[in-house]
Design a binder for this molecule. Structure first.
Ligand SMILES: *Cc1c(COP(=O)(O)O)cnc(C)c1O
Length: 426
């Protein structure tokens, strides 16, 4: 029996579903999850000694690849000085200064330990600031697993066929309005009807949790204008897109200034760091200055912050995002070409270092279209790619990630693998 199988059998006895986050269980592709032993650069090794080119990158954080020597060194140095103090450290100040410099819409920022904490806190602050209760989110956007945001929440929930979750009282989500992404008309009507009750709109400016969906035309610009007109706080959830699509995030690419931003994933470089920040007048509502309570025993943890700082230093190298984008583009173009050659209905697109693969003709523009794919073909493709040594996200509704350590030779290998995989599924 394979070692991964043995470990998974045991895990299922002591951990629900054998995993600590649902999508890891391979539930939507079938088969058993691989237990990973180590990673280096673009590659990971499983406990059975197989090696894979990795396009999951721990679901986004690993923009430099696995175990980058400078990040590992920074972690080791920080760890030797003490693991946690629950008191301010200079490294947190450096991290906050860097974040407000690189994402200028954030005048102040607070560090937390996960993306979920960041979005949950941002919503609370927006409600405290406006004195209003209602929030708007969009179908297919995932903002972590806080109660009020678990409605039509994209990939994880999608993969399990649970559009929301048991254990969330109806009253909790009664103030959450869910609208269609890229539908300005729908948005405008909602604001006209209840604009003065809307505390915040939270959005993934590029959706990365219902495969990948790009904002169309002036959708984000119209959203910005409506929020300004009605005094609602616009929250860009850039936990995935922050430092992934560009140095300044999706807000820099699309030229939109949100009132608040949430970050996570890349800013921890593989360790648990999240952040929420925004306009100074809004952030002044946060305790101890203001009436909105928010806290965390391990917030700004020195080891995690060291990994984040080392990562943020390296991604500022000139040309970093141009190269990352070109590599990711080469992957999408190559995959589409071999799919066409093999007669598979397929499309792909990228923004910076994230990409979407769709078993449909034409890229999706909303959640319904993202769901409208040939799921059986995706499953076949996923397993065929795995057999060829390529580790893709084990779900048809997740974005993929390329790191700076993926070379054009890696991309070529991946496209050759896809040629074989596509041939097997037609
Ligand atoms: C991953 C993600 C979150 C949640 O972050 P966690 O660290 O998993 O809690 C929130 N929002 C977006 C857009 C994400 O991609």
């Amino acid at each position: 029996m394979k070692q991964s199988q043995k470990l998974f059998n045991h895990s299922q006895w002591v951990i629900p579903g054998g995993v600590n986050s649902p999508v890891r269980a391979f539930g939507s592709v079938g088969g058993i999850p691989l237990f990973i032993q180590r990673g280096r650069g673009a590659q990971i090794w499983d406990v059975d000694g197989n090696v894979y080119l990795d396009y999951v990158g721990s679901w986004g954080p690993l923009i430099l690849g696995h175990a980058h020597p400078e990040v590992v060194k920074a972690v080791q140095r920080a760890a030797e000085k003490g693991l946690s103090f629950g008191a301010p450290t200079e490294a947190e100040l450096q991290m906050a200064s860097l974040l407000v410099q690189l994402v200028p819409s954030m005048e102040q920022v607070r560090l937390v330990s996960s993306g979920t904490e960041a979005t949950m806190s941002a919503i609370r602050v927006a409600r405290g600031f406006t004195g209003r209760n209602k929030i708007i989110k969009f179908e297919g956007c995932y903002h972590g697993h806080a109660d009020s945001l678990l409605v039509k929440a994209g990939s994880g929930a999608l993969t399990l066929g649970q559009p929301s979750s048991a254990g969330v009282p109806e009253q909790t989500v009664a103030n959450t309005l869910v609208l269609e992404f890229n539908n300005t008309q729908n948005l405008r009507e909602t604001f006209q009807r209840e604009g003065e009750h809307i505390a915040a709109v939270i959005i993934e400016p590029v959706v990365g949790n219902a495969n990948l969906i790009c904002p169309q035309d002036d959708f984000l610009k119209n959203l910005r204008e409506l929020c300004t007109q009605y005094g609602s706080v616009l929250i860009f959830d850039e936990v995935m897109t922050g430092f992934r699509v560009a140095l300044g995030g999706a807000q820099a690419l699309w030229g939109i200034k949100p009132d608040m931003t949430t970050l996570g994933k890349v800013i921890g470089g593989g360790l648990p760091v999240g952040a929420f920040g925004g306009r100074r007048d809004i952030m002044q509502c946060v305790a101890p200055l203001g009436p909105v309570y928010q806290a965390g025993t391990l917030s700004g943890n020195p080891v995690a912050v060291a990994a984040g700082l080392a990562t943020l230093k390296l991604i500022q190298a000139p040309g970093f995002y141009e190269k990352l984008g070109a590599t990711t583009q080469a992957l999408c173009t190559g995959l589409t070409q071999v799919a066409v050659k093999r007669g598979v209905a397929f499309s792909a697109q990228q923004v910076g270092g994230m990409f979407g693969l769709y078993f449909r003709t034409g890229v999706p523009q909303n959640y319904a279209q993202a769901l409208d794919i040939d799921i059986e073909r995706f499953k076949g493709f996923f397993h065929a790619m795995l057999a060829e040594g390529v580790y893709l996200a084990p779900s048809a509704y997740e974005a993929g990630f390329v790191s700076a350590s993926h070379t054009l030779a890696d991309i070529k290998k991946t496209i050759a693998a896809a040629d074989v995989a596509f041939a097997q599924i037609v």
